[in-house]
Design a protein around this ligand. Structure first.
Ligand code: PAF
Length: 285
């Protein structure tokens, strides 16, 4: 695996990889890799000739009071994991390479970026859309892989690719991969490492309460009642705050008061101590 950190090196390496017409899959990450990321790489490897991974802790998607400085950085360890999975090329620019002096552009996706995490983290999805748009233009992959754990992020990226008529990748080649979970159901996340042991144990209440709420809604319980029970269960388990617990249309992310014909998703963001956890589940399908 080759690691490159300038655009010039990236372009040379990509030209070599593409050769005649080899296909390239991109797996964008912020590093601190876990089994969830490696699952994306394996899916990508199964579908493309070569996998390019990126590691860039994107300052534009962190708010002023968020954990940019504390965000785990372990490039050598991450590179070894990617190499072991057969990744061909690692694109690991620094902030100056991604956002050179004079950088003034912001990609903003209205609608799907506005509620849920967008409401709690102003500017976050602008930062995500801006960097992913750049990564797509830099690598020009045939396909790109993202985890469904960040369900709203995936919706924002797809809306951006559709609205901007991106072709590398085309919106239909932006592939969402189901969330990878720990044995107790907790969704894998780089942020789980911030949890103290007792918080980590309590965090398992999140997928458990969400499964129960999804089953209740599917079984006919009023959505509002199921969400109240979910919130109560989280607070009783030791969660300190719930940013949102919502049933939403899986495509538009508009809140739903009851199940409809189109696919629905249960989405939750809740805090345990200083750590904010998110998760989502399909409901009724
Ligand atoms: O999901 C992430 O790790 C990041 O938000 C992404 C997509 C790599 C953009 O920085």
């Amino acid at each position: 695996m080759q690691t490159v950190n300038t655009l010039r090196m990236l372009r040379t390496a990509l030209a070599q990889l593409r050769g005649g017409n080899a296909t390239i899959a991109l797996v964008p990450t912020m590093g601190a890799l876990h089994e969830g990321h490696l699952t994306l790489v394996r899916r990508a490897k199964a579908e493309a000739d070569h996998v390019v991974a990126s590691i860039f802790v994107n300052p534009k998607q962190f708010g002023p009071n968020e954990d940019l400085d504390a965000y785990p950085r372990q490039l050598a360890e991450d590179a070894a994991m990617l190499e072991a999975e057969g990744v061909a090329l690692l694109w690991a620019p620094d902030a100056a390479a991604m956002y050179p002096p004079g950088f003034v552009t912001n990609v903003r996706v209205a609608g799907v970026s506005e509620g849920l995490c967008g409401a709690a983290r102003p500017g976050h999805f602008d930062g995500v859309a801006t960097v992913v748009c750049k990564l797509f233009n830099q690598v020009a992959p045939d396909m790109a892989f993202f985890g469904e754990k960040d369900f709203q992020q995936l919706a924002v990226i797809r809306a951006m690719a559709r609205d901007l008529d991106l072709t590398a990748p085309h919106v239909d080649r932006i592939i969402g991969v189901p969330t990878v979970r720990e044995a107790d159901g907790l969704a894998m996340s780089s942020r789980n490492r911030y949890l103290m042991p007792e918080q980590r144990a309590a965090a398992a209440a999140l997928p458990r309460a969400m499964q129960a709420a999804a089953a209740a809604i599917t079984g006919g319980t009023e959505v509002a009642e199921a969400l109240r029970a979910l919130e109560a269960e989280l607070l009783a388990a030791g969660f300190t705050a719930i940013d949102y617990a919502t049933l939403a249309d899986a495509a538009s992310l508009a809140p739903l008061e009851k199940l409809a014909a189109s696919p629905a998703r249960l989405l939750v963001a809740a805090r345990i101590g200083g750590t904010r956890l998110i998760d989502n589940l399909a409901v009724g399908s």
